[in-house]
Write a protein that binds this ligand. Sequence first.
Ligand SMILES: NC(=O)c1ccc[n+]([C@@H]2O[C@H](COP(=O)([O-])OP(=O)(O)OC[C@H]3O[C@@H](n4cnc5c(N)ncnc54)[C@H](OP(=O)(O)O)[C@@H]3O)[C@@H](O)[C@H]2O)c1
Length: 289
Amino acid sequence: MIKLSSVTCKEMPIIGLGTFKLRGRDLVFQTLEAALAAGYRSIDTAAVYRNEGDIGESLKVLLPKFSLQREDLFITSKLGPKDQGAGKCRQACLKSLENMQTDYFDLYLIHWPGTQGKKPEDQSNIQHRQESWKDLEDLQKEGKLRAIGISNYEQRHLEELLSYSSIPPAVLQIEHHPHLVQTSLVSYCKQHNIHFQAYSSLGTTSDDNKLLKDPTVVTIAESYKRTPAQILLRWAVQQDIGVIPKSTNPVHIKENIDIFSFSLSDSDMDKLSNLDSQHHYCWNPASVT
Ligand SMILES: NC(=O)c1ccc[n+]([C@@H]2O[C@H](COP(=O)([O-])OP(=O)(O)OC[C@H]3O[C@@H](n4cnc5c(N)ncnc54)[C@H](OP(=O)(O)O)[C@@H]3O)[C@@H](O)[C@H]2O)c1
């Protein structure tokens, strides 16, 4: 569990279920059912995933089934880039809460430093994300958000945010895995008490997953009698980095959370970190002003 800097937030599980590209009422239900059965208590979604409604509906049935209360879960959602800016951010967040049929989010993130429809270099991106942050601070003070943070922010975006925020961000969620090691960003976040949470830890959804097939990852997995996915997730959590692997396969869902009963040696941790090629499998925010 991770203690976040926010005073109103309970601890955040270091592992949660990712839900990017998880669509369709039945699949959402089956996936969440498998995840809750396997012990996941944290769910990561976003307005742009367009599954908040199905997640909310599924939880209405699944929480009683597993004898759980809303408070037993840690739910994260995110502000869509089209809704950046004063007032729009507030409305979008309230809409997401309504879609999810919940009174509060444990964590809410600005999904992207830019605004949809604006060029990455457009200076209005800066003003919009500042206005969004102010809306989030107000929503946190009102108790609708227990913790607030950002996603896909690079260090310069974080420096800017810290210069005006009255509530500092509790979490940065960004792509991170052995092919994209974010050493300086991780250490900047540590220094500023911002929890670093990785996304696409398994190389995201693709037909030809180069990360899970990386020969070094596969060899290390064989030596621990674990799977490549477990090695990649363990590598992150062993550095206190949060993970939110996404799977719709019940076997994978179970396997991905079974990473707390073994540890990687220092030399295997180093071998994995040395695979860094600064390769993004998902988004790259470098061009956003
Ligand atoms: N903030 C952002 O901008 C952002 C961007 C991307 C992602 N995210 C969040 O991070 C989450 C995770 O990232 P992601 O969805 O990009 O992908 P990911 O978790 O890196 O990878 C998902 C892929 O890995 C496969 N997989 C999962 N467990 C496996 C296992 N044990 N063995 C083999 N294959 C396995 C899945 O297929 P199966 O279904 O067949 O298991 C799926 O194809 C997202 O779902 C989302 O919640 C956030």
